[in-house]
Write a protein of this length. Structure first.
Length: 169
């Protein structure tokens, strides 16, 4: 592995079927402080010659409603220091992201500690559902294409209703 200091990241490799061919996948979990995660990401994509558009960054998002996921082709940091670090080390914001909605603190706790804590007890089941959905979405990005995954997973959840409306209503 290219990382000079192996304490900076956990890594794994695998294969995914894409369009009838096998493609190698590299999984990287930076172990640096979140606001320095770009150091690891930048080092890895440079070593392997991976275009930033070919990576998928998975991260929490305070502004996305709790339990929702969203796939984006590119974007700014939105105040997320880890994403800003990646943008700084990659050199631009044009890389795909899989955002996981964690909502905002409900009890006045600082954001910095809120995002490092487990979910609130009454949100644990929804958190597990979100992570399972995010896993499926990441697999869809890797095995098909970004646009198809966005079309499949960026849909707003439909409210549960006892009456189904028909186009004739």
């Amino acid at each position: 592995m290219c990382i000079r200091d192996r304490s900076k990241a956990l890594t794994g490799q695998g294969w995914v079927s894409r369009g009838g061919t096998r493609a190698k996948v590299l999984l990287v979990k930076p172990l640096t402080y979140m606001n320095r995660s770009g150091e690891v990401v930048g080092e890895i994509i440079k070593y392997f010659g991976i275009p930033p558009g070919q990576m998928l960054v998975v991260h929490d998002d305070l502004d996305l409603p709790y339990g929702r996921i969203r796939i984006a082709k590119r974007g700014g940091s939105g105040g997320h220091r880890g994403i800003q670090s990646i943008i700084d080390h990659v050199g631009h914001p044009d890389f795909p992201r899989l955002k996981m909605g964690v909502g905002r603190p409900r009890h006045g706790e600082p954001v910095e500690s809120f995002v490092l804590q487990p979910p609130y007890p009454d949100e644990r089941e929804e958190f597990l559902n979100m992570t399972a959905q995010a896993e499926k979405a990441a697999c869809a990005v890797l095995s098909s294409c970004l646009d198809a995954a966005m079309n499949a997973y960026n849909k707003r959840p439909q409210p549960a209703s006892s009456e189904q409306k028909t186009p004739d209503d």
